[in-house]
Design a protein around this ligand. Structure first.
Ligand code: ADP
Length: 270
């Protein structure tokens, strides 16, 4: 845990993050926040969910505390724990408790990855109780009026184990994210990577070809994030086909045949 996450005041986003609205997600999030309703961002990896949260935190002038969930993440990691410091036992708030106290936006990225016991602390925060049970301290704290809970979830990885339960999902206002339209995605890729418009358009075309392979050998197609990575390599002089291979193809598959097929696609475009 770094110093940034320790102090919610330092999690304010000072400069406006670059964010291109895809639909009415900004006004819907604002309306949900005005009603203190928790928000669920659904969508594939690398399509702009984290950037959107950064933008909304800046727009709503709230600190943003982001937690990337993983399969070892427990309720204690979110709420806090006793630590031994210099021979003394001291309580250390976890990121969720800090956000609840400070009135920050807490964004739990890829929530289904976390251990099941995390839901025990999320559920009372995600309904009108807006309370965080801190079992180890034996208290329940009420959320600061400005607190906001947001979670993300990728329905594409759905499996029985990685599904979001109805009892959880039915507490949230859901915003569906997907890759932007081709022209908007090209604009984003050009702005974020520094390549020109024509090259960005070709990268997007390449991404769309890989997205069409989803389900026939590929788990996911190339995300906007990967296009930006490839664009950044190209902007630094890496030949486009090599950039697509290193930044995109190798990132989406290990299968030799699929790699060759994806390489053929990029050679046909660049
Ligand atoms: P996710 O959280 O969905 O995995 P990110 O928010 O990290 O994805 O998006 C990956 C990158 O794509 C961002 O860092 C940003 O550069 C770019 N991006 C995606 N969508 C947008 C958008 N609508 N506006 C601006 N940048 C975007």
């Amino acid at each position: 845990m770094n110093a940034r996450t320790l102090n919610p005041e330092s999690n304010f986003i000072e400069r406006e993050p670059y964010y291109e609205a895809v639909g009415s997600e900004i006004s819907i999030f604002e309306a949900a926040y005005a009603n203190r309703l928790p928000v669920l961002l659904k969508g594939p990896t690398g399509c702009g969910k984290t950037r959107f949260m950064e933008y909304m935190a800046w727009r709503l002038k709230r600190p943003l505390i982001t937690v990337s969930c993983h399969d070892d993440l427990t309720a204690s990691d979110l709420v806090g724990r006793y630590l031994v410091k210099g021979g003394e036992t001291v309580w250390m708030d976890g990121p969720l408790a800090r956000a609840v106290r400070a009135g920050a936006i807490c964004y739990l990225d890829e929530i289904v990855e976390a251990r099941k016991d995390t839901m025990v602390v999320i559920h009372p925060l995600a309904d009108d109780r807006r309370a965080l049970p801190m079992e180890k301290l034996g208290v329940i704290i009420e959320a600061n009026a400005d607190f906001c809970l947001a979670i993300s979830y990728n329905p594409g990885y759905q499996s029985v184990l990685k599904d979001l339960k109805q009892s959880t999902r039915q507490r949230f206002v859901a915003l569906e994210f997907d890759y932007p339209s081709a022209s908007l995605e090209a604009k984003i890729v050009a702005a974020e990577s520094g390549v020109d418009a024509a090259l960005a358009e070709r990268l997007v075309k390449f991404a769309q070809m890989t997205r069409n392979l989803k389900g026939s050998g590929l788990e996911e197609g190339a995300s906007t994030r990967l296009l930006i990575h490839a664009g950044k390599l190209i902007a630094k002089g890496v030949p486009p086909v090599t950039a697509c291979q290193c930044a995109i193809a190798q990132a989406i598959t290990d299968d030799a045949e699929m790699l060759a097929a994806v390489q053929e696609l990029s050679s046909s475009l660049f």
